[in-house]
Each structure stands twice: as C-alpha cells, then as structure tokens.
Ligand binder design. Structure first.
Ligand SMILES: NCc1[nH]cc(CCC(=O)O)c1CC(=O)O
Length: 313
C-alpha cells in the first residue's frame, strides 16, 4: 500500500473546508492513495484580540505549517493564498495555485442596504487596512471598526457591536455556505481585493517532485499568472497583510491585465494603476506596476501607513 500523504492546514472553519476540498480533489484523482488531514493552530489563531495590522508578523497563519512541512510531518500545506507571504522560507514552494473564486469583497449589511445606500456615518466592520482605506476613499463619512475572528464570530459582532455592515471576502463567505447573507458584491472599481484573494494555495517542499506531479491537475495556469503578478507587485512594495495594498490580475484573450492600488489609511490619498502584459511575463508585470505606483507616490503613503501602525520590519 502506498504511504499515506498528510495534508496540513489551520484548524479554522474556512481552512478546514479548503483542506477538505483539496483532499476530495486528490482522492478523486488518485484512488488507492491514502490521504489524511491534519489541523494545526498557528500564531494567528492564538492572538485573537489584536488587530492583524498591529501584530505585524509575516507568516502569522503559515509558520507552524511551514515548520511541519520542512520536518516532513506533513506533505502539503493548504492555505488561503492571501495569507501566504510573498517570500517563502528557503526550501519551500507553491505547488499549486488553485482556480480562483470570484476574487472580490462583499458587503453583508443588516438592513439589506448597499454601500451606496448606507446612511451617512454608518458603522462598518472589517479587519483589513486595504478595505478600510478604499471604502473611506469612496465614502469618507463611514465609521470603520476593526473586527477579527471567523465568519460566525464576525456575524455575531455585526449584531453585538451594533454595526450596519461587514465587509468580507466573497470566497470565504461562499465556501462556508453563507451566500444568502450577502447584500452586495462591492464593485472591483471601488475596492480591489487582497493579493491572492479567492485562491487556495498549496505549499510543498521545493524539489518534492512526487507531490508536485500529484498536484499538477489542481494548478490553474490563469490563476497562477494573475496571482504571480499580484505577488510580484506586493513583493516590490514590501507589503504584507498589514498594509493598504490591493491588486487584481486577470487573464483575458491571452493577455494579463493587472491593476494595483495603494491608499492612505484615511482614504484621502489613493493611487490606482494598471498594466497589460503577456501572462508569461507575470513577475515582470507585477514589478513594473509596483514601479509605476512608486513613481506616483506609493512609497510615501506606505511609509506613513507603516508608521501609524508602529510596524518595524
Ligand atoms: N483574512 C482572513 C482570510 N483569509 C482568506 C479569507 C477568505 C478566502 C480567500 O480569500 O480565499 C479570509 C476571510 C476574509 O478576508 O473575509
């Protein structure tokens, strides 16, 4: 009998759903090969009372899994692609960029109102600086509240904190079967998603050709090109989950279109640019877009944002 392959992930609701999805995809394709799931806690799961941006640690949701991967305790680590830092530890690699869901954010409002319809001064909950900055740019009157926790916790906070609305990634809400709670898909022209949002990333040991070959059918080349470009942009801007940066790549008619945004936390300054390239030049496209954003003043905006959050890298 072949050796059991161990799939590691965080033990959150969403991470377990994603890992089970990967497990099902693999079991379907490789009958006779045993797979097991292993849920693990990460630092990001322990520190629940601090805004993510303030913890300011790259790999918050990934480090424990990466150590287990490196030690051979697990054979693949299933992540939300957007939680995966742009620089991976030595010896690890992305084995598959799974086909992306709709990448954008959604509004879940208590009274069924869209972003445009929310009353002046409405209270909106999100944990992300990227969403805060872009939404304030669109609606400077909104009051943004930092909330964290899994989907169930956040939905509870919508009531408990008397908020008017929450902003969440469509992909997470959809995977957990909560589509009926969605009031509106926030237009991508208003709010660009986080780098990698909507895609499941599978991390492996670099050079583990057996696992790499096994994952090949789960890799989606269009998602890979789009997200590779987004990650290259982020890397050049030296962002993490703690900075107000958004990006979205898309492959259409054989061309890669990449958009990026950098905004100040209060939404007053916002720089948004786009670039078009060959999907085979995804990394160059990302780096080039970052250069353009920097020329337009992104460096200053990011420097200020980092200072406001007291992040020392
Ligand atoms: N920030 C945590 C996180 N990481 C990935 C998702 C959603 C799933 C995805 O983007 O693939 C979420 C929840 C959210 O931002 O609403």
């Amino acid at each position: 009998m072949p050796k059991e392959i161990v799939i590691g992930t965080r033990d959150s609701q969403l991470a377990m759903w994603q890992a089970r999805w990967v497990l099902n995809q693999l079991e379907r394709r490789y009958p006779g090969q045993p797979f097991v799931l292993r849920g693990m806690k990460t630092k990001g799961d322990h520190v629940l009372d601090v805004a993510l941006a303030k913890i300011g640690d790259k790999g918050l949701f990934t480090k424990e899994l990466e150590i287990a991967l490196d030690r051979g305790e697990i054979d693949l680590a299933v992540h939300s692609m957007k939680d995966l830092p742009t620089r991976l530890p030595e010896g690890l690699a992305i084995g598959a960029f799974c086909r992306r869901e709709y990448p954008g954010d959604v509004l879940i409002s208590r009274r069924g109102l869209t972003l445009e319809q929310l009353p002046s001064g409405a209270r909106v909950g999100t944990s992300s600086l990227r969403r805060t900055a872009q939404l304030l740019h669109f609606r400077p009157d909104l009051h943004m509240f930092a909330i964290r926790g899994n989907l169930t916790t956040r939905l509870k906070k919508l009531e408990e904190l008397n908020l008017d609305a929450l902003v969440l990634a469509y992909a997470g809400v959809h995977r957990l079967g909560m589509d009926h709670r969605i009031t509106q898909r926030i237009p991508l022209s208003t709010c660009l998603p986080a780098v990698g949002q909507g895609s499941i990333g599978i991390e492996i040991r670099a050079g583990d050709e057996y696992i790499q070959r096994m994952l090949a059918p789960l890799d989606d080349p269009a998602s890979r090109a789009a997200i590779t470009a987004e990650r290259a942009m982020m890397k050049k801007l030296e962002g993490g989950c703690q900075v107000p940066i958004g990006a979205l790549g898309r492959v259409e008619n054989g061309r890669l279109f990449l958009e990026g945004v950098v905004a100040s936390l209060d939404g007053r300054q916002l720089i948004r640019e786009r670039i078009c390239a060959s999907p085979h030049r995804a990394e160059e496209a990302g780096a080039m877009l970052a250069e353009r954003l920097l020329v337009l003043g992104a460096g200053e905006i990011l420097k200020t944002a980092r200072q406001e959050f007291g992040i020392h890298e």
